[in-house]
Design a protein around this ligand. Structure first.
Ligand SMILES: *[C@@H]1O[C@H](CO)[C@@H](O)[C@H](O)[C@H]1NC(C)=O
Ligand SMILES: *[C@@H]1O[C@H](CO)[C@@H](O)[C@H](O)[C@H]1NC(C)=O
Ligand SMILES: *[C@@H]1O[C@H](CO)[C@@H](O)[C@H](O)[C@H]1NC(C)=O
Ligand SMILES: *[C@@H]1O[C@H](CO)[C@@H](O)[C@H](O)[C@H]1NC(C)=O
Ligand SMILES: *[C@@H]1O[C@H](CO)[C@@H](O)[C@H](O)[C@H]1NC(C)=O
Length: 416
């Protein structure tokens, strides 16, 4: 029952925060978004000088401006972190184009009220302030709409928090296989938590609490805590990026997790945080005695007919895959990943009917009344799946503007 809630929990906050009109863009513009080249520049190639300037200026702070540093980083994560490659294999799941299979619907003319005004999807994708890089609609296994205003189809773009659904799914599989009991503490499975010498606030947290994002730790992730160098989540990010904390120390990720402070008993209060997802990655690796990249390849990537490899960034010591967000692929493979939650899945054993049912009926905010589910990423990426309509909408962007989600919803309604 609770496994599904894990996925729900990770999607929940994003939906709650959906901006309807106004607000978010101007708020960030006031903070100063830094230099802004058009998103089309990274498709065409920005030149060595700009790339060297971006690298010289790269930090969590400049990344979180969602400006040029983030635009380049989103498409080149392996240039910034050590990383693992998740190999594609087997035959590619073909995605016929809708017109070829007799479906004619003008997705680009669908309209929504975005924070940039009411406009069509075509105009939104063209709008310089939308910062949209790619948008794909797959219905009943066929492509109804595909556009790449700010990347090439073969580029690997970060999913950011849309990838939180992956650890939830893999832990869900392990629960279904009887390898993990979600009522057990994480410390029953993860050696560094089991060590008495490592006694910490994490000792009592159960698997289900991590799935539900109810750690009870001072590590909640909001726009404010992401930008506060002394917050728990920012200390986690600093460790992931090899940056010093406010005391000037560069700490390994595990040490930072072990030092997090307890705010509530585990299981009581939802606090959206990448730290919860990261514990699920450690859990799955420990239980299976396999690296995260191997688990994702064997359990998902190698079973969905991916056309390209994926990449997951590692901590500076190379020991931990940052499976909560730093995962990148081609747009079409992001779409094929969404398809594993639909009747068009090429291997129906990856997402069991029971798992999907638990996601849809868990009563969380990110699930619409019609059973559609959504998970976004920090820079405006999105994964919208409608199992009932056999529909997947995925998109990449570098922005804090979330208008694309509105279009995904309108597309779903148009196909009802
Ligand atoms: C680094 O980024 C900051 C913030 O966007 C910007 O003000 C500065 O000009 C950048 N420096 C370089 C060398 O690009
Ligand atoms: C946008 O909002 C206006 C005013 O509420 C409304 O008249 C219009 O139908 C909306 N457009 C869409 C596409 O929802
Ligand atoms: C205890 O934590 C330290 C620091 O993270 C780590 O090096 C050590 O391996 C942990 N002990 C176990 C048994 O995992
Ligand atoms: C992990 O796998 C290796 C290689 O098969 C094995 O030697 C080792 O004992 C395993 N570790 C655990 C904790 O099962
Ligand atoms: C592809 O990888 C999956 C998962 O590792 C494996 O089960 C499958 O046999 C592989 N397929 C081929 C054709 O190699």
């Amino acid at each position: 029952m609770a496994v599904l809630i894990g996925v729900l929990a990770v999607v929940a906050v994003v939906v709650v925060c959906l901006p309807i009109a106004g607000g978010q863009i101007s708020a960030d513009a006031e903070e100063g978004v830094g230099p802004m080249m058009p998103v089309s520049a990274v498709r065409e190639g920005i030149g060595l000088d700009a790339i060297h300037r971006i690298k010289a200026n790269f930090s969590l702070d400049t990344l979180l401006l969602a400006g040029d540093v983030a635009l380049y980083y989103n498409g080149h994560v392996s240039e910034f972190h050590p990383s693992s490659v998740i190999r594609r294999n087997g035959s590619v799941a073909e995605l016929p184009v809708g017109a070829d299979v007799g479906v004619e619907i003008d997705i680009g003319s669908i309209r929504a009220n975005t924070s940039l005004g009411e406009m069509s999807l075509d105009d939104f994708l063209r709008h310089p302030a939308s910062r949209m890089q790619a948008f794909l609609v797959i219905h009943r296994g066929a492509i109804l709409f595909e556009a790449y205003p700010g990347m090439r189809p073969e580029d690997l773009h970060l999913w950011m928090s849309s990838t939180k659904t992956v650890p939830s799914l893999i832990v869900g599989q392990l629960v279904d296989e009887g390898k993990v009991d979600q009522q057990e503490p994480l410390s029953a499975y993860i050696p560094y938590l089991a060590d008495k010498a490592n006694a910490s606030a994490l000792a009592d947290i159960k698997v289900i609490d991590a799935l539900d994002m109810r750690l009870g730790l001072d590590v909640e992730e909001t726009q404010a805590t992401q930008r506060d160098p002394s917050s728990g989540i920012r200390r986690v990010f600093a460790a992931e990026f090899g940056e010093p904390n406010p005391e000037g120390q560069v700490l390994p990720l595990r040490d930072v997790l072990l030092l997090l402070e307890k705010l509530h008993a585990p299981g009581e209060v939802v606090g959206y945080t990448s730290a919860a997802t990261q514990l699920l990655v450690d859990l799955a690796e420990a239980v299976e005695n396999r690296t995260w990249a191997a688990l994702v390849q064997e359990r998902i990537w190698g079973k969905m007919g991916a056309e390209g490899d994926a990449v997951v960034a590692l901590t500076p010591d190379g020991l931990t895959a940052l499976g909560h967000g730093l995962f990148a692929s081609r747009l079409r493979d992001f779409g094929r990943y969404g398809m594993i939650y639909t009747p068009s899945a090429s291997d129906k054993s990856v997402v069991s009917a029971a798992y999907l049912d638990r996601i849809q009926t868990g009563g969380r905010d990110a699930v619409f009344a019609d059973g559609d589910i959504f998970k976004g990423g920090i820079f405006g990426q999105g994964l919208y799946v409608s199992p009932g309509r056999d529909l997947v909408v995925v998109w990449f962007a570098t922005t804090f503007e979330l208008g694309a989600t509105l279009f995904a919803r309108e597309v779903a309604k148009a196909l009802a």
